[in-house]
Design a protein around this ligand. Structure first.
Ligand code: FAD
Length: 374
């Protein structure tokens, strides 16, 4: 006789742990399976820790809606639970006429998305706010910020456990088979391979989420779920630049990423990145030969920096649904009933602003599960 549970969550990144707490607090039995020794060791700890405002994407997209809702939930959570953050604001800068046109478009998009505090800045206004930044114009987003994403994940983890969610680490999901009442899930740990049955399966497996969907029987080519990896590397700037600026500084966005930007750590450390390079394999090393490209990119708006002040720091990998050159793709958060898989919820392509959106994604998926189980 197989053990039966209500919900199996695959993957304990920020998305899986946030969702687990949301479901557990609605009195459902949740088990989270994570192949690593603990939560948050992959993409969720290899990112910029920026709380995004929700400017860049189309107004009706999940990326926009869940980012804007997630941002306000995050600030509330941080205040209520003592998670460190700074709402320091961000300025997107334009180096030339093209850039200024781009800023105006972003301003319009941001207003359409419902962000009312955006301000276009002239060169003089920009200089007053950030004397070390050189650009023709800027777009100020006062509600962007940074947070301690490790504390956030610890908070989500502790909350989920307190509500009764069970974390099963060092355990990989290797099979998912549809049954009469749900899914037979096959797991592999140090003891070997075993099975159980879950009424609902939530795939929040990050970089592996397309493969996990395929395990369950989804035709990922037909569904257009195949992921492309896009690496983002970071270089840190030496400590003498600690007070170089007081806001996040971004260039106008590129096709695959937001452009090599300058972020600040909560301790004032300055970091450049991430770049955006499509790669075939998951490898978190930083290619030191990229140093000059980072320098040349950042030097355009931060002329005071010197090449020798850059040190390779870390890298993360974006889970992109769009291949190089392809158009915008939204988050996939789908109950797969139409595809013939009732009770299977796939989260695929949860790239930036996934961290910002995490509490809103948790509520969104929590409501889907409520409809399935209540
Ligand atoms: C370079 C970079 C910068 C970013 N910057 C920001 C930012 O500033 N702000 C922002 O809002 N967002 C940012 N993001 C996006 C954000 O980091 C992600 O959206 C978020 O971390 C995704 O979390 P996740 O839980 O989906 O994935 P992950 O953190 O990768 O978690 C997935 C988990 O699933 C586990 N897993 C996979 N397969 C299996 C299996 N078969 N069985 C068991 N476990 C499995 C993995 O081990 C992993 O722990 C950035 C992303 C990148 C790459």
């Amino acid at each position: 006789m197989l053990i039966e549970i209500d919900v199996a969550v695959i993957g304990a990144g920020v998305i899986g742990i946030a969702i687990s707490g949301e479901i557990a607090q609605r009195n459902k039995e949740v088990f989270i399976f994570e192949k690593n020794r603990t939560f948050g060791l992959e993409t969720s700890s290899r990112q910029s820790e920026v709380i995004h405002a929700g400017i860049y994407h189309p107004e009706h997209s999940l990326k926009t809606k869940l980012c804007i809702k997630g941002r306000s939930l995050l600030y509330e959570l941080c205040d209520r639970h003592g998670i460190a953050y700074k709402k320091l604001g961000k300025i997107i800068v334009a180096a030339n006429e093209n850039g200024i046109t781009h800023l105006e478009k972003l301003y319009e998009q941001g207003r359409k998305n419902g962000i009312e505090d955006l301000m276009l800045l002239s060169r003089t206004e920009l200089k007053k706010l950030e004397p070390n930044v050189e650009a023709r114009a800027g777009l100020l987003s006062p509600s962007s910020g940074i947070l301690d994403s490790h504390s956030l994940q610890r908070f989500f983890y502790n909350r989920a456990r307190r509500k009764g969610a069970k974390f099963v680490f060092k355990t990989e999901v290797i099979g998912i088979e549809k049954t009469r009442i749900g899914y037979k899930v096959q797991i592999k740990d140090r003891e070997g391979v075993s099975d159980f049955v879950a009424r609902v399966v939530i795939n929040s497996a990050g970089l592996n989420s397309d493969k996990v969907a395929q395990l369950a029987g989804i035709d990922i080519a037909k569904a257009s779920y195949r992921l492309h990896y896009c690496k983002g590397e970071y270089f840190s700037l030496s400590s003498k630049y600690r007070n170089l600026m007081s806001r996040l500084i971004y260039p106008t966005p590129e096709q695959a990423g937001l452009g090599i930007h300058v972020t600040l750590g909560l301790d004032g450390r300055v970091r450049l990145g991430p770049n955006a390079r499509y790669v075939e394999t998951i490898d978190y090393s930083v290619d030191e030969t990229q140093k000059e490209a980072f320098y040349n990119s950042a030097k355009k708006f931060l002329p005071v920096i010197e090449l020798d002040d850059l040190t390779p720091e870390f890298a993360g990998i974006r889970t992109k649904l769009q291949a190089p050159g392809e158009a915008f793709r939204d988050f996939v958060i789908a109950h797969e009933e139409q595809a013939g898989f009732p009770g299977l919820i796939n989260l695929i392509g949860i790239e930036s602003p996934g961290l910002t959106a995490s509490p809103a994604i948790a509520q969104y998926v929590g409501n889907m599960v409520k409809e399935l189980l209540d």
